[in-house]
Design a protein around this ligand. Structure first.
Ligand code: NI
Length: 478
């Protein structure tokens, strides 16, 4: 796949993010702000033309007048949505009439969230009691309407969490997150998303960068908060949604993925939370992460690992992987197209690729003939599954194997991975021992989790002749 810069192509007006050219969602900007009065339409067009482009935007009201203005903009552009709410700075005027008006605006078809609301004890532009009252009332509107709430919290983390915690089933996002890992963890435990904005690029923002690195894929959103908080080199200027690409590149680098990966992951989350954009319907046979192409052959696996992504999500890095049918070799080959265009072609996916050894061999032979590099990510049950030592058959077809060891002994393995085969752990050790004879690069991995003795696993792998041992953190798939 050749990446074309989006900026060089004219863009249609309403582009839904497609799985192949993922686009960003600016989940928080203030397009109704007076600073955009002179050139609002150009600002919006620049956002669409940036790279990665911004597919959808949520423009966020801060009082009744700006919420109404946000809705007018949302109605003028099919790809822009509105949030309606009263910012903590404006909380002092929040009364019964404001509550009723917000409730009415929440019913508008372009309203996708309540906010921004929350608590700001840094500036104290409104008294504390007024802020708490306005916040509680807006959380109540979110509860009644089923809309997510966009939360602003500054120097008020404990009280923010307390109010959200008392709200029952309200979902939402902590916008322009500036708290610590503990705050992020507590919010995610309540099902809240963490949205990272331009300050992640600031020189002294180590704490935000740590959160941006550690928030699991399933909880991450991004935003500009334009016209405020322009990122990095643009700091101090008027911010605009086009600069989201700058923040996206920074966060992608922190997480060790491509900006396109980040766009796919965060746009999926925006779809889940706000109901905008498209959630992919069918599971993918091939999917790209960083510079590699991954092949997804099956949902089936001979383990049921307690930490496996299959048991809590249909998605990996924003790609839908749960298949409704298994691809044949011809389909995989035609989707790969040009094997040399990728760093590696990786048999991986949702289930265990060596459940389909014949397909693996046929596709691997074709990839090798086309100048590509082949790796298989496996649970090491391939010989058990196929009833023979399959490693001699992989010689010359496979450059690398990543084998999940995942435990230091049989008992731990049985508890953690629940293999369908009795004696699976001993067979796995045999598979590893045999693999180094036939495959040039063999890597053994463990997932760091309760009960796993990482150092014992490392010595075990080394004793089997493996030189490359890696620890995978829970939730870091792909
Ligand atoms: Ni804002």
């Amino acid at each position: 796949m050749i990446e074309k810069p989006l900026a060089s192509r004219p863009l249609p007006v309403d582009v839904a993010p497609s799985a192949d050219t993922p686009r960003l969602v600016d989940t928080h900007c203030h397009l109704e702000d007076a600073r955009f009065d002179a050139d609002r339409d150009e600002v919006i067009k620049r956002a669409q033309a940036s790279c990665p482009g911004v597919g959808h935007m949520i423009t966020v009201g801060t009082d009744i007048a700006s919420s109404e203005a946000a809705l007018r903009i949302a109605h003028a552009y099919p790809f822009i949505y509105a949030a309606v709410g009263v910012h903590p700075h404006e909380a002092k005027g929040f009364d019964e009439n404001v509550f009723k008006r917000l409730l009415a605006l929440a019913e508008n078809e372009k309203t996708v969230a309540i906010g921004e609301t929350g608590l700001d004890y840094h500036y104290m532009h409104s008294p504390r009691e007024a802020q708490v009252h306005a916040f509680r009332m807006q959380v109540e509107i979110a509860r009644q309407t089923g809309l997510p709430v966009i939360v602003h919290s500054r120097e008020a983390d404990d009280e923010t969490l307390e109010i959200l915690g008392q709200s029952g089933r309200v979902k939402g996002v902590l916008h322009c997150f500036s708290g610590d890992a503990e705050m992020a963890g507590a919010a995610m435990a309540m099902g809240f998303y963490i949205s990272i904005a331009g300050p992640v690029t600031f020189r002294k923002a180590e704490a935000i960068r740590r959160v941006a690195a550690e928030v699991p894929d399933d909880y991450l959103l991004i935003e500009t908060d334009a016209p405020y908080l322009a990122p990095g080199p643009l700091r101090g200027q008027r911010n605009e949604p086009a600069y989201l690409a700058e923040t996206a590149r920074a966060i992608a680098a922190i997480r060790g993925i491509s900006p396109e990966d980040l766009a796919r992951i965060t746009s999926l989350n925006a779809s889940r939370l706000f109901g905008i954009g498209e959630v992919p319907g069918a599971g993918r046979f091939t999917y790209r992460i960083r510079d590699s192409l991954y092949l997804n052959l099956t949902n089936r696996c001979t383990n049921s690992c307690s930490f496996c992504v299959r048991f809590y999500s249909d998605f990996v890095k924003g790609h839908k992987l749960r298949l409704t049918r298994e691809p044949d070799a011809g389909e995989l080959i035609s989707e790969i197209g040009e094997p040399g265009a990728y760093k590696e072609i990786v048999f991986c996916g949702y289930g265990e690729p060596l459940m389909r050894l014949d397909v693996v061999k046929e596709v691997a032979a074709w990839v090798k003939a086309g100048g590509g590099k082949v790796r298989i990510n496996t649970n090491g049950h391939g010989s058990l599954i196929n009833g023979r030592n399959i490693l001699p058959e992989l010689k010359g077809l496979v450059d690398g194997l990543s084998i999940s060891l995942d435990a230091q002994d049989e008992k731990t393995y049985a508890g953690l991975c629940k293999p369908v085969f009795p004696g699976a752990f001993a067979a796995l050790l045999d598979f590893i021992r045999e693999s180094v004879k036939y495959v040039p690069e063999v890597r053994v991995t463990v997932v760091r989790t309760d009960g796993v003795d990482v150092e014992a696993c490392r010595s075990l792998a080394l004793s089997l002749g493996v030189k490359d041992f890696r620890v995978r953190e829970l939730d870091a798939v792909g």
